[in-house]
Design a protein around this ligand. Sequence first.
Ligand SMILES: Cc1cc2nc3c(=O)[nH]c(=O)nc-3n(C[C@H](O)[C@H](O)[C@H](O)COP(=O)(O)OP(=O)(O)OC[C@H]3O[C@@H](n4cnc5c(N)ncnc54)[C@H](O)[C@@H]3O)c2cc1C
Length: 414
Amino acid sequence: MSDPRVLVVGGGPGGASAAYWLARRGFDVLLVEKKTYPRDKTCGDGLTPRAVRQLIDMGFDFDREDVHKIVGLRAYAGDLRIELPWPQHTVYPDWGATLRRADLDMQVATYAEKQGAVVRQSTEAIAVVEDGELVGVDLKENGGVERISPEMVVIADGSLTRFGRKLGTARRRDYPYGLGVRGYYESSNSRDGFLESQLNIYDKEGRAMPGYGWVFPLGDDSINVGVGVISSFRGWKDVNTSRLMDAYASSLPAYWGLDEESQLTKPVGGKLPMAFSVGPKSGRNWLAIGDAAGAVNPFNGEGIDYAYETGRLAAEVIEDTLGSGDPGRLRAYDQALEDEYGAYHRVARAFVIAIGNPVMMRTLTRVGLRSRPLMEWVLKVMANLLEPDEYGMQERVYKAVEAVVRLGPDPVLK
Ligand SMILES: Cc1cc2nc3c(=O)[nH]c(=O)nc-3n(C[C@H](O)[C@H](O)[C@H](O)COP(=O)(O)OP(=O)(O)OC[C@H]3O[C@@H](n4cnc5c(N)ncnc54)[C@H](O)[C@@H]3O)c2cc1C
């Protein structure tokens, strides 16, 4: 094949979005995905209003039967419970959705194809590196290897990012990251309109665990159940996430209708690289996006939307760079990421470190869940749904969190 002008490595949300926006701008784009669609991806399958906005912009049909719309978040801290609708916003819809990743990712890759991108499945891209520079890409397909030399490469190969690592990208060890496990269960309540989150979870012996659990209803008689732990909690490495997941699933409220027969799939785990902890994010002829850049939101573990957003941003920067003929303009990508997410992620990182003590986390959630106005703000901040004139609120919410944390364990409950 002739060399494509831009190669996109990986056909998850990031890669499909980059390919979509590049093809729409008229570029000759090849997207390679090493698996075959529909391919599974370990995920909670939850889409916030931000992700829905990105999908609408790419022409996604939310009236499809397999899409389940979500009106808000239900949070528990022990026996305290609160239901919060998604906020009204001038840019984002006031609803979210759930959809299995196998279907979602295949669909978005199809949209990229419709814009003119060439999508090659079952094709693995391997970086050819000389003196630290990307000088070509080997495409492995059906036992054969073909070398291509695209002008520009978008690295969207997910949290393991083998392609990126070959070019020297690495995760900052002083930044938090997450580990999550999820499984599917049959449930009579799968049409529930809320994402559910248990903010205090316990192991089988009743010990508080450094993490939180979720139930995301899929609207098709099944639910996605998972637990996540964040590396800022001491002892998080010793947590057996599979056992935690069993304990969590067996402790869910009765309205989910789970019993011993309900489990549909064995739990599987994955990493969540957060707060743009992976870098460098650009080189002479490449950009890294999505999980390959560590783009997950530390506040809530959301990564699909940020993969879409960084893919779109990468397309804009590549258009400018190739259009101007000045390769140096690729560096604008780093600045654009800083402008868009820098302040938010600094607060989010500090927040995740502040809640690193499970006792403090319990304190905070129990204080928080008693105040609806506070929780409404917290949801807005955590899902990154502030209006421009509300920026700065994240710092204020974080300072409130810090104040609660400084008060010590359960001041309200003692
Ligand atoms: C347990 C868990 C639950 C989560 N829940 C949610 C949630 O509910 N909502 C949310 O928004 N986020 C969630 N996330 C995060 C979300 O899954 C990721 O942030 C998101 O998938 C990142 O998209 P991506 O395109 O960067 O990478 P990926 O989705 O990982 O896609 C990368 C793709 O690249 C392909 N690939 C890899 N190497 C190569 C190669 N060399 N050549 C060709 N192809 C290659 C892979 O096969 C894969 O298809 C969760 C994560 C975990 C682990």
